[in-house]
Write a protein that binds this ligand. Sequence first.
Ligand SMILES: NC(=O)C1=CN([C@@H]2O[C@H](COP(=O)(O)OP(=O)(O)OC[C@H]3O[C@@H](n4cnc5c(N)ncnc54)[C@H](O)[C@@H]3O)[C@@H](O)[C@H]2O)C=CC1
Ligand SMILES: O=C([O-])C1=[NH+]CCC1
Length: 312
Amino acid sequence: AWRLESAREVESLLHYKELIPRLEEALGKFSSRDSAEVIQPVRSTVPLQKHNGFLGLMPTYMENDGVLSTKLVCFYNRGAGSTLPSVSATVLLLDPESGHMKAVMDGEAITNMRTAGASAISAKLLMRHGAEVLAILGTGQQALSHYKAFTEMLSFKEVRVWNHRREGAEKFRRSVGGPVTVCGSVEEAVRGADVIVTVTRSIEPVLCGRWVKPGAHVAAVGACRPDWRELDDSLMKEAVVYADSREGAMAESGDVILSGVEVFAELGDVINGIKPAYREKTTVFKSLGMGVEDAVAANLVYEQWKAKAYKL
Ligand SMILES: NC(=O)C1=CN([C@@H]2O[C@H](COP(=O)(O)OP(=O)(O)OC[C@H]3O[C@@H](n4cnc5c(N)ncnc54)[C@H](O)[C@@H]3O)[C@@H](O)[C@H]2O)C=CC1
Ligand SMILES: O=C([O-])C1=[NH+]CCC1
């Protein structure tokens, strides 16, 4: 099996311009519920109680595309003092006919980039036309990938960031290089924003509906457990709620389960033209992360890697 164990090497082979169209196609295939396109059960999750974390198993088979993969992802509710990452992942790509392993890949860049790619697709489909202000809440790994994907694939006049520790937001601003406004409160960051990305490790609501401009689009990426929240009830009740997977959201999203709201549609339903994109309404895209996103991203890395290896 090919071994690609460096996150940097995987990252160097993934580009949003190639990844995002593949993700968009995969989201559509997933929502068609055609088992020859995608078989992807809701992730099985094993609690790692001693370490305040979870191991998620994310197998996926795309029969028509000949792609078989699984991601193993550990994610944690880390204490403030911890320097360990919140998410750690490995992706295995298998030959569906023989069952042999084709490649083992570090899953960090894949997880960061496919998640940001899916959120960028949600914004492209659901934000109002002429959106100018992007606000990012949280300034960790996902914040960085979301900043890159959103500024590369969409265009904003202003990007604001907030972190519960200001120094985290200052560090983020220095590391991205581009123009970013550091805000002292969530309210300051999101007031008047057209698009809001929530990528925090919080397990309680950080974003309140009363601060959100009517018609804004929220890509909600953190809070991937049934008792974790990032958004308050008023926002969930006000918004039209979209998800990557309806079953995933109903099993894993505290924001969906505890607010008692209905998932209106999957992003793939909008891509397939089955459900409307309510750009003028307040919309929430609740992202839990899907195996099919990892499958197409890992397959793209594999293709790029083979092309590079044979050229040498
Ligand atoms: N939907 C999906 O597909 C995925 C979701 N995630 C989730 O996204 C979130 C962010 O992941 P990463 O960026 O990798 O983590 P990270 O640890 O790199 O960044 C987390 C950010 O949240 C901030 N934070 C920590 N505690 C907080 C609190 N109590 N209130 C507000 N902010 C707080 C940190 O300062 C940091 O800026 C996590 O909840 C993770 O589980 C991660 C990967 C995929
Ligand atoms: O899809 C994913 O990789 C994850 N979702 C929540 C934490 C990691």
